[in-house]
Write a protein that binds this ligand. Sequence first.
Ligand code: MG
Length: 161
Amino acid sequence: MNDLPRIGLGIDVHRLAEGRPCIVAGVPFDADRGPLGHSDGDAVLHAACDAVLGAAGLDDLGTLFSDRDPANRGRASAEFCRSTMALVRERRLRVLSMDCVLETEVPKLKPARAAMRARLAELFEVPVDRVNIKGKTGEKVDAIGRGEAMRATVVVLLGPA
Ligand code: MG
């Protein structure tokens, strides 16, 4: 059974606040707002970790790295990715492909798409042509459309290492 591919899905929402650093998919952006969170609030990396953990049949990110644990305060989400991938390797699995959607008004993602793909490829140990990310605006609808929050959705396929 371990040689069959496994699909995983992760979704994460963060409120946006003025003056917060804006880090998306591990890439820093110059923006007037950034995601609020106990860690650096990187919604894409949180959703990606949850997708990978789900596919591997492991506990979710919030269980493994509780936001009540002071050790996780202000932590770079890249560290969650490295810990996640260590668990995946232990199970003799690897990421085969990953696709991410980030719904947000801020920041504009297009200029940094290549940088975000490269960072995701590095963090999840997958060739860059097997990982993708696209940005969508909220079309002025709901909290995302008003620029109050961002939402990341990630699907991932895992296979044998
Ligand atoms: Mg989160």
